[in-house]
Design a binder for this molecule. Structure first.
Ligand code: HEM
Length: 190
């Protein structure tokens, strides 16, 4: 049987004047920021109309995991929750691009940086189930995209401080030396 179509896996993030998420802040962590926008909408699949009002559009597709071990996968599945809990009124869209040096490494070398030396998964697990996440890949889409990953998180107000700790911890790791563009967009549902 065919796998899920790219259209189901595709998610389109549009910054502009409309959408349920109000943009609280948009900070360039590394490299160029995104143009200023007031609101964000997230659409699964291709948007029915190409909204001319949107100031920027980013696309990514969910995919299979690349790095997790079976043991880590079991822990993730046991703890993770889906996006969209009613109490998860806060969110972050963090588009990330990694350098040529990252992509020149082999799979086992990247795993060594990401987990053995940066503990990305081990650290992230501590923030579940308060924070819900979805990772989108951009490099496999037909059109060339400005980022390699679109990371999206939602969480209740009680997790706002914890989320700051999480991003600060990850940004201090060896893995983040390979991040050459990162924008941090914070959102509230209102
Ligand atoms: C990848 C877990 C938070 C950015 C991953 C992967 C896991 C993971 C398991 C590897 C997926 C695979 O095997 O392909 C978590 C958990 C988090 C968390 C449990 C807790 C909420 C974050 C945050 C950011 C982030 C806050 C951004 C600031 C990324 C990126 C990748 C990734 C960019 C892709 C890395 C690559 O393939 O090179 N995360 N993460 N993660 N995560 Fe996280």
């Amino acid at each position: 049987a065919p796998g899920p179509s790219t259209n189901d896996r595709l998610h389109t993030f549009m910054g502009g004047e409309s959408g349920p998420w109000k943009i609280l802040s948009c900070n360039p962590v590394k490299g160029e920021s995104l143009p200023a926008a007031g609101r964000l909408s997230v659409v699964q699949g291709a948007p029915p109309i190409l909204s001319s009002e949107s100031t920027w559009t980013l696309r990514g597709a969910t995919s299979n995991e690349r790095y997790v071990t079976r043991e880590e996968k079991n822990q993730l599945v046991a703890r993770q929750v889906a996006l969209g809990r009613p109490e998860a009124k806060y969110a972050a869209l963090i588009p990330i691009r990694k350098s040529a040096a990252w992509w020149a490494m082999t799979q086992d070398e990247r795993r060594a940086v990401l987990e053995d030396r940066s503990h990305h998964i081990h650290t992230g697990l501590k923030y579940l189930p308060g924070v819900a996440r979805r990772l989108h890949h951009c490099r496999d889409l037909a059109e060339q995209e400005p980022f390699d990953f679109l990371t999206f998180f939602d969480y209740p107000e009680t997790e706002v401080t914890a989320f700051e700790d999480l991003v600060a911890t990850l940004r201090a790791t060896e893995e983040w030396k390979y991040v050459d563009r990162e924008v941090d967009v914070r959102l509230v549902w209102d």
